[in-house]
Design a protein. Sequence first.
Length: 151
Amino acid sequence: MGAAYNVQLRINEPQGVGSAPFQESAMTSFHSSLPRSQLGFSKFGLLMLLVLLVSGLTFGLKILPVYLDRNFVKGAAQELLASGRAAGLTQVEVREEIASALRVNNVRDFNLNSITLQRENASPALVIDYERRIPLVGNVDVIISFDDRID
């Protein structure tokens, strides 16, 4: 008719945490239950992680200033156009205005000849077209090209 179930509950009192048999048996069972790949970080893995972090940090610290300089150049050009002063200036005067703004922001490695003033339908537009070459490691360089048109 009915099935009989036999349920046994066994409670073993553990020995004290500081006692040697508890530590030895717990550590043995813990290490035997983990696969070999999960036991820890190898020295090679740690070295590769360190190389990856240092490479990423080096790359970032060399590339970030280029983009900051670009934002300063673009901001100076936008400010010049937004104020309306660019409408009455020549190309040389526009470059001088932007050069003075770049000196304030400590932008040094920028060729002002890459800025051209274009007038279309009596409204001025600035085209900033240049590229930067950054030595990364040894004979490996990073070339970043910018081509911005600000109306």
